[in-house]
Design a protein around this ligand. Structure first.
Ligand code: G
Ligand code: G
Ligand code: MN
Ligand code: NA
Length: 254
């Protein structure tokens, strides 16, 4: 598989495409952003999960080539002018922590972020919490640079890592994405409901925005709303989908 990935990244861009999962304001039901997720469909092996091929690309030193495919695919999707959205609309990509100090990252995503801004949207980067805790001061400086350029930075899978509050306070991030393991039982167990409340409290204290991930039921949606969670994404509202369908969710909200 690892050799197939190398070959495909080099010669078969068509095997890669991107799906988009809309993110919602839970009160208004409006789409307020999208998360781009890379897909690889190998002619022989079929669809390979990014959970499998991203670590492979990392191990083989091909994360940069992977990001190039991501950027190429998103730019192709955004070639035609997308629907008008408020300037706070965000398009997020997932970034591996070890890419952050790679100078090629900026070269690769520069044109994408330029296009996102041209449309009138804001670019966003998601980094997994477990990784964000181990960033060198050099990485943190790179993140600050992104933030200073108006890139929104989100901590992905929040609650699964070991962020200390002191550390969080000094990170150049604006968004916490609550990992879906806490959302699964938010409507059925007091414990998970209190954990989500606690995360919302931390976010408020640190002046961070919160996004709940993996909302799958109406009960979870309503519970999160009641707890004061402003944003969310999940299969209930929309699955990750090709751009042609995702753009329709902007026009017809949940
Ligand atoms: O889309 P799915 O839930 O299968 O994604 C599995 C994991 O792969 C998630 O943690 C997601 O963040 C990650 N992932 C998806 N697309 C990309 C990408 O373009 N780059 C990186 N680094 N990770 C991605
Ligand atoms: O780690 P990250 O948050 O980037 O992973 C996003 C992944 O979560 C995507 O692969 C996406 O397919 C998946 N996902 C999105 N919404 C839901 C959901 O409601 N339920 C489940 N089980 N997975 C989801
Ligand atoms: Mn993510
Ligand atoms: Na996540």
């Amino acid at each position: 598989l690892s050799e197939a990935l190398t070959a495909s990244l080099k010669t078969s861009p068509d095997e890669f495409h991107v799906v988009y999962q809309p993110q919602y304001d839970l009160d208004s039901g409006q789409v307020v952003g999208m998360e781009a997720l890379l897909r690889w469909n190998h002619p022989e092996f079929g669809p390979v999960s990014p959970g499998d091929f991203v670590p492979l690309a990392e191990r083989r030193g091909q994360i940069h080539e992977m990001t190039q495919q991501l950027v190429r695919a998103i730019l192709a999707d955004l070639r035609d002018d997308p629907p008008d959205m408020p300037g706070s609309f965000r398009l997020a990509i997932n970034i591996s922590a070890r890419q952050i100090t790679d100078s090629r990252l900026r070269t690769a995503i520069g044109p994408l972020f330029a296009r996102i801004r041209e449309i009138g949207w804001q670019p966003e980067i998601e980094i997994t919490e477990t990784h964000i805790m181990h960033l060198s001061s050099q990485c943190l400086a790179c993140l600050r640079e992104f933030r200073d350029q108006g890139v929104v930075i989100a901590i992905d899978d929040f609650g699964t890592g070991y962020s200390s509050l002191a550390y969080l306070q000094n990170l150049p991030v604006q968004v916490l994405k609550i990992d879906r393991q806490f959302i699964s039982y938010v409507a059925s167990t007091n414990r998970d409901s209190r954990i989500v409340s606690a995360i919302l409290g931390i976010a408020e204290a640190l002046e961070l925005q919160v996004v709940a991930e993996g909302i799958e039921s109406q009960a979870q949606y309503q519970q999160l709303r009641q707890l004061g969670c402003e944003r969310g994404q999940g299969y209930l509202m929309a699955r990750p989908q090709p751009w042609s369908q995702a753009r329709q969710t902007i026009i017809d909200p949940y």
